[in-house]
Ligand binder design. Structure first.
Ligand code: ZN
Length: 138
């Protein structure tokens, strides 16, 4: 079953207050919340944009995947995330098309939601995240 919507676009930043000055103050998107993800070693700020969100990612260590990305490519667009209803079914469908995943099995956030990344070498260079939505559908 295809994704429901774009859940968020993620941007890697090296300076969160400076990034918020643009996205929140200048552009005017309301801040939806902030959190830390210690698995990925990032500080996250979500800004609401209608039905979708912008996710700002700031590395909290020097050796995480996001920190290496920032060091190599600089700040900018990082990934696009689609909401899906059944992540197991979505991953099975994607791998059946010969597409390579970064996370063969879904990872779980602190709040219990599950997500997985598709490898950018299978998507034409775009890092794609799938995020399982279990409530608030429709
Ligand atoms: Zn994301």
């Amino acid at each position: 079953m295809p994704p429901i919507k774009i859940d968020h676009l993620a941007v890697v930043v090296d300076d969160l207050p400076a990034a918020l000055n643009f996205w929140q103050n200048a552009l005017g998107l309301p801040l939806g919340g902030t959190e830390r993800n210690d698995h990925e070693a990032v500080e996250i700020a979500f800004l609401n944009a209608g039905d979708s969100r912008i996710e700002l990612l700031k590395p909290t260590t020097d050796d995480s995947g996001i920190a290496k990305y920032l060091a190599k490519r600089g700040a900018g667009m990082h990934h696009i995330c689609f909401a899906v209803q059944d992540i197991e079914a979505a991953l099975k469908h994607i791998t059946a098309q010969g597409v390579e995943l970064i996370n063969e099995t879904p990872r779980t956030r602190e709040d219990g939601t599950r997500y997985a990344f598709v490898h950018p070498k299978s998507t034409g260079g775009v890092l794609v995240e799938l995020y399982e939505v279990t409530e608030g559908l429709g």
